[in-house]
Design a protein around this ligand. Structure first.
Ligand SMILES: [Zn+2]
Length: 405
């Protein structure tokens, strides 16, 4: 009896807190969180509001609301985000705190006027339940061992690369959490700070007050850091400061936008960092993508097509006896997928790679050398995950285009 009460009490509190939301909004937000949506888009088409959820990276149309229902929902969202119910004449941004059963969710609402209506977007900001744990990223044991080897490095630059929404932030935070265990003073400069790290001093870029990424980095360097985390390298000045900091005895973790590990080297050079500085500072490059994981309750096996067998062979992987397909059931809200895992390319920079980068080797030559070292591409890691029944060929097509290259 005592146990029952203990588990029911917090539920009641959350229910009470949710009761403060108007009915329409409460139902709407409840559906958003039950669906595990990361983003919600509310768009007007021909006088009706279309509601889209993004779940595990894919967009699904959920509902179409009448003009009256749509306006009511929009007004309730804006009121809850303290934006007032009047029509927006410029972009507006506000925050809604939703008392969910597994913790309060921070929802960021963006409203932008479009014609004589408004387009609304809701982003669900929530730290993953498993927090920042490198063992949960989906690295193969070999790749994970390589990444964990960084704890023995006192200095150098580590780049995490991939497209927008490829899970770079989770990876870089998980690496920082691992490295920080070794008594390191950790500072970050981010734009914006997405999640609070309990162990780091996190500085947020604030251009309006003169705090650019470059200024933030320069300030951090005066504060005796051991580990510096750079949210994303986007400009020449911060790229050079980050690389130089890595050369002066600091460990620098940064994300940069590129297709693969060799592309990350090119991206640094494109921003204006000389090859000899990239070559001497770089310790490791991790390239990645996110793949939706099959729902274990409904996934079904099927034999491979001839061209799929050929794809496995081309990537030097054993051809599996079957691959799995998404089906859809109650457990996964009929999506066929539930949650995501990473696919990775982890390059530890050795003497030869360092020499190649410093001499300004072409991206293709770098890639060839990685292959000689048996470093798999992100696509190959994805295929490996298909072979193990974690995801599907369809998902690889969606993320990588044709799995030919
Ligand atoms: Zn299912």
């Amino acid at each position: 009896m005592a146990e029952l009460q203990a588990t029911e009490t917090p539920t009641t509190t959350k229910q009470d807190e949710r009761a403060a939301f108007p009915d329409v909004l409460r139902t709407f937000l409840w559906n958003v969180t039950v669906d595990r949506a990361s983003d919600v888009h509310l768009h007007w088409y021909e006088g009706r509001m279309h509601v889209f959820h993004r779940v595990d990276g894919s967009v699904h149309k959920k509902r179409i609301l009448s003009e009256i229902e749509g306006r009511q929902l929009a007004n309730q969202l804006k009121s809850a985000a303290s934006l007032g119910a009047v029509r927006a004449f410029g972009p507006l941004e506000g925050q809604i705190l939703w008392p969910d059963e597994d913790g309060t969710k921070n929802l960021r609402l963006t409203v932008v006027p479009i014609g004589n209506a408004e387009s609304l977007h809701l982003r669900v900001l929530k730290a993953p339940a498993n927090k920042w744990d490198i063992s949960r990223l989906g690295l193969t044991p070999e790749d994970r061992a390589r990444a964990e080897g960084l704890v023995h490095s006192a200095s150098g630059l580590v780049l995490v690369t991939g497209a927008t929404g490829s899970g770079k932030t989770t990876t870089i935070y998980s690496l920082a959490a691992l490295l920080n265990q070794h008594a390191r003073m950790t500072y970050t400069i981010e734009d914006p700070v997405e999640f609070r790290l309990p162990f780091a001093q996190q500085i947020e870029v604030d251009e309006a007050h003169g705090l650019s990424m470059y200024e933030g980095l320069r300030t951090i360097l005066r504060m005796d850091p051991d580990l510096i985390l750079v949210g994303e390298i986007r400009d020449r000045d911060s790229a050079i400061v980050a690389a130089r900091a890595a050369l002066s005895g600091r460990l620098v973790l940064a994300t940069i936008h590129a297709q693969d590990a060799a592309g990350a080297v090119d991206a640094m050079h494109y921003l204006g960092v000389p090859y000899y500085i990239i070559g001497t500072s770089l310790q490791m490059v991790i390239a990645q993508s996110l793949l939706r994981k099959l729902c274990p309750s409904c996934a079904q096996g099927r034999p491979l097509y001839a061209e799929e067998e050929e794809t496995f062979r081309r990537f030097n992987l054993a051809v599996p006896s079957e691959v799995k397909e998404a089906v859809g059931c109650d457990a996964c809200s009929s999506y066929g997928y539930s949650g995501r895992t990473g696919a990775f390319e982890v390059v530890k920079v050795d003497a030869e790679i360092r020499r190649l980068i410093t001499s300004g080797a072409h991206q293709d030559d770098l890639q060839d050398h990685f292959r000689e070292l048996k470093i798999g591409t992100v696509m190959r890691d994805g295929l490996y995950k298909v072979a193990r029944g974690q995801t599907t060929m369809d998902e690889l097509f969606r993320v990588f285009g044709t799995p030919g290259g």
